[in-house]
Design a protein around this ligand. Structure first.
Ligand SMILES: [Fe+2]
Ligand SMILES: [Fe+2]
Length: 298
């Protein structure tokens, strides 16, 4: 049973007016917009906002069970090569900075695609949640553009790098999870985006130390938005799942191989997690979690 039918506990004028606004949008237009992101291979189509009278039938389909990858043209095609992100202390080297910016830009692009996928995959999710996804998707498009502008300032583009579909590899398990929407919220919002709360601070500081203040500023913008994204996932998981404690909600929803050990960087920052409204016991749980491999090594 998919956990999408329960009523949200959200109230308040602000959310109501937002919901009304989203409600007024043509449902087909949201679907068409999402489908365009998934079925167009070019970067511009994936990063463009919805246009009036966008049609849903593009003559293409997408495997919603998550067995396929979104369309990518040759310039931004996926690669099976797994490269390591440069270390913060390596960023005095402009090539390392560029490699790092490409990695973060690609994460944003995959977040755009995954949110588009979620909008099509769960048409009956609560309107307020779909509204959040729609707005967060716009943030992710903005973040991707900001990183790409900095990459361009280094004389390179996304196509110059290996683009690993790591986020997308999680989609089949999310899609097939009996926890439905809750699996998606735990995977994207409370694992990958939660980890980014640490990474954006670490790399924002590293870029600042390297003297690249413009890039550092981009990391700060993304960090601020990411707190809202994590907060949204946390609120909706609470509203839609049955467990009382956030730790249990997360543990019962997060799809393997994702886990709390992936929801953080080596340097753990509690403050942004508190700002996102995560429960203290959940923050401690993530802080103290170790991957299976790590546990075996010790
Ligand atoms: Fe983002
Ligand atoms: Fe995000």
């Amino acid at each position: 049973m998919e956990l999408v039918g329960k009523k949200s506990s959200h109230t308040g004028n602000e959310l109501n007016s937002k919901t009304t606004q989203f409600n007024e949008m043509n449902k087909l237009a949201v679907k068409a917009f999402s489908k365009r992101i998934l079925c167009s291979g070019d970067l511009e189509s994936k990063l463009a906002r919805p246009v009036n009278e966008e049609k849903s039938d593009r003559g293409t389909s997408f495997d919603l069970e998550g067995g396929t990858l979104p369309a990518r043209n040759s310039e931004i095609r996926f690669s099976s090569v797994e490269s390591k992100i440069p270390k913060p202390h390596q960023l005095d080297d402009p090539d390392m900075r560029a490699s790092c910016l490409a990695r973060f830009a690609h994460h944003e692009l995959m977040a755009v695609e995954l949110l588009a996928w979620a909008l099509i995959r769960w048409p009956k999710a609560p309107l307020g949640l779909r509204q959040d996804w729609y707005e967060i998707l716009a943030d992710e498009q903005k973040h991707c553009r900001l990183y790409l502008e900095r990459l361009d300032a280094h004389g390179l583009s996304l196509g110059d790098f290996e683009l690993n579909p790591y986020f997308w590899r999680q989609a089949p398990r999310i899609s097939k999870s009996p926890r439905g929407v809750c699996a998606f919220l735990s995977a994207l919002g409370l694992t990958l985006e939660q980890a980014n709360l640490d990474f954006t601070i670490i790399y924002g500081e590293a870029f600042e130390n390297s003297g690249d203040l413009e890039s550092s500023e981009v990391f700060k913008i993304v960090h601020r938005d990411e707190i809202r994204h994590v907060a949204s996932a946390s609120r909706w998981l609470k509203a839609l799942s049955g467990e009382k404690k956030e730790v249990d909600r997360y543990k019962n929803s997060v799809p393997f191989p994702l886990s709390a050990a992936r929801a953080k960087a080596k340097r753990f920052e509690s403050a942004p997690r508190r700002a996102a409204g995560l429960e203290e016991s959940f923050i401690s749980f993530v802080k103290n979690s170790r991957s299976t491999q790590e546990s075996l090594r010790r």
